[in-house]
Design a protein around this ligand. Sequence first.
Ligand code: SIN
Length: 282
Amino acid sequence: MNVEPLTGVLGARIFGLDLTCLSSQQAADLRHEVCRHQVVVIPEQALSPAQQTAFSHQLGPFSPVPFVEPLAGFPEVISVVKEAFEPNAFNFGGVWHSDFSFLESPPAFTILHAIDVPGVGGDTVWSSMTAAWEALTSDQQERFAEITAVHSASASYSPAQQALHSGLSSMDIRTSDDAQATQEHPLVCTHLETGEQTLFFNGTYVRSLRGSDLDSPAAVEKTLHWLHQWTTHVRFTFRHRWRNGDVVIWDNRSTQHVALNDYPGQRRQLHRTTVAGTPPNK
Ligand code: SIN
């Protein structure tokens, strides 16, 4: 396989792979490249939902998908769709997040396959949470290493958000009071496969922080705001402009991402599968 880095921070394009028939050695090499580059783009693929499911299994077991109903007949595939006629106010994944970080074991990888994407617009942007960690001062690193992050889907999948989700007529998203559940993870985690340290943070699902110097709601809010601004700074990012057939695989343990909502009047559809991870550890 031919690997071409796309920025000096994260992101690579890989040529010379047919994801319908990867050998187990190629799958292991690909997994290594995803961990190393955090996001990889594999152009010109044509995966049916069954083939995407089979490919996903080569990277690891299925990670459960709460709140979003899968594609009929394919329980591990969700179809991320915004129709051309749908209003511009909301899109799926349109705020910075790491997929389902509110789970005890958040997914290790997400695989997104472009089925029908706009001619222009609808890019996805990722930021490297290892680069964001490495750029901190040692005093900041010491402080953040002591903090616990409280993750929850409450701001995204509570019943109060149902009207927004129901605006996406080709997706079946079912909000629930289960979204109030919280899950604590260390703010600074060690990546199981690379051994690198990473800020396991995203402004969508991290709803609070616990730490000895976070002694008031105002102190927590201030740190949440700072972390969001810092970790999404353009210098840590990679932006992908989609073409039909692209497969992009990213490491949820070391990145966060956002789907841009800048394609009024155009349809955008991608198929998504997720690969199970393990509880994040210091
Ligand atoms: C997602 O957050 O899973 C969707 C990303 C995208 O549609 O680009």
